[in-house]
Write a protein that binds this ligand. Structure first.
Ligand code: ZN
Length: 337
């Protein structure tokens, strides 16, 4: 008689957690930084998902890509040759004109077709240059596609380094990017280019959201793209696995204020178009939360106790409804102080 093996006993090796609507499996990287996730201490607002087979870290990445790609692209004119494209990934800035297109950030891989369609809608000029504000997939995922169209890819030196490594972040696994997806023009401090009558200034930001962050400043039209050093309307994610810290985020916001005036259109990595006033509120929120968590830590509170003290309570209604929820933000701040 043929022996039937019923696989009803496949263990769930990791607890799936739902966070901000995103299913995340506690990866080795998360476990290392946040051991309470793997040990099941739920002091945090990370809630247990219904029992379901956990996705592998590679599957998590593709699931996240597919989820982000569902967002339609919304185009907003910023004046001059500039447009903001929002939707499937981090915010994209485009300059279109006779010199060709300059594109800052690239959305996620499955949004390639809709992105190229949206770019074509701005005019028939080819993409001349792409800027990666940092190494994360929801900003740099389409580097290879743009290289295939003949564009140069401009980024900080560390972006090439980080893209060339394997990483585990938020339960997602990243293999080293293939050579064809790497930046082609690297800088360490600043980089300038001119296109369509617009002088662009690119500048390295000391480690903040990652250690690869750059800002892009359009000096004529007065637009500033801050990448993920600025989340508008939600607590920011800070990637502790590649050099991000709360102190760096605060320093980045303070420096960004010096790069802007009352008229500057400020593009956050995620969230709606902003200005100096909203950036100031974000900067003050970061400082207040940092100070509160720092005091708890200095007083000897454990992470769980710091979370229970709810140091973000006054900000949660305004900032706590995004991808990074209050308890997770306290965790990031506590662990990167
Ligand atoms: Zn990012």
């Amino acid at each position: 008689m043929k022996r039937m093996m019923l696989r009803t006993d496949i263990p769930l090796t990791r607890r799936a957690v739902i966070h901000g609507g995103v299913a995340l499996a506690g990866s080795v990287a998360i476990g290392r930084a946040f051991p309470w996730i793997e040990t099941g201490v739920d002091a945090s607002g990370w809630t247990d998902a219904p029992q379901q087979p956990a996705l592998s870290p590679a599957e998590q990445l593709n699931a996240r890509r597919a989820e982000l790609a569902k967002a339609p692209i919304v185009v907003t004119s910023l004046g001059g040759s500039l447009s903001l494209l929002s939707g499937p990934g981090g915010n994209v800035l485009v300059s279109n004109g006779p010199d060709g297109k300059v594109v800052v950030d690239t959305f996620v891989l499955p949004a390639w077709t809709s992105l190229t369609k949206a770019l074509a809608g701005l005019g028939s000029q080819p993409v001349k240059a792409v800027v990666d504000t940092h190494w994360h997939f929801d900003h740099a995922d389409n580097n290879a596609g743009f290289r295939g169209l003949g564009a140069q890819i401009i980024a900080h030196t560390n972006t090439k380094t980080r893209l060339s490594q394997s990483h585990d972040v938020l339960g997602m696994h990243f293999d080293p990017a293939p050579p064809a997806a790497l930046p082609t023009v690297l800088f360490a401090s600043t980089h300038k280019l001119d296109a369509n009558g617009e002088p662009f200034e690119l500048g390295y930001i000391q480690p903040a959201h990652t250690d690869t962050d750059v800002y892009v400043r359009c000096l004529k039209t007065n637009v500033l793209h801050l990448g993920d050093t600025y989340f508008n309307g939600g607590y920011p994610f800070i990637d502790w696995t590649t050099g991000g810290t709360i102190g760096g985020m605060i320093a980045a916001a303070a420096r960004s204020l010096t790069l802007s005036d009352a008229q500057t259109k400020i593009i956050p990595g995620h969230g709606p178009l902003a200005d100096r006033q909203t950036l100031t509120a974000y900067h003050e929120m970061l400082i207040t939360v940092r100070d509160a968590v720092q005091k708890l830590k200095k007083d000897g509170r454990t992470l769980e106790q710091a979370i229970a003290a709810k140091p973000t309570a006054a900000f949660d209604a305004a900032w706590g409804k995004g991808f990074v929820q209050p308890d997770f933000f306290v965790t990031i701040v506590y662990n990167t102080l």
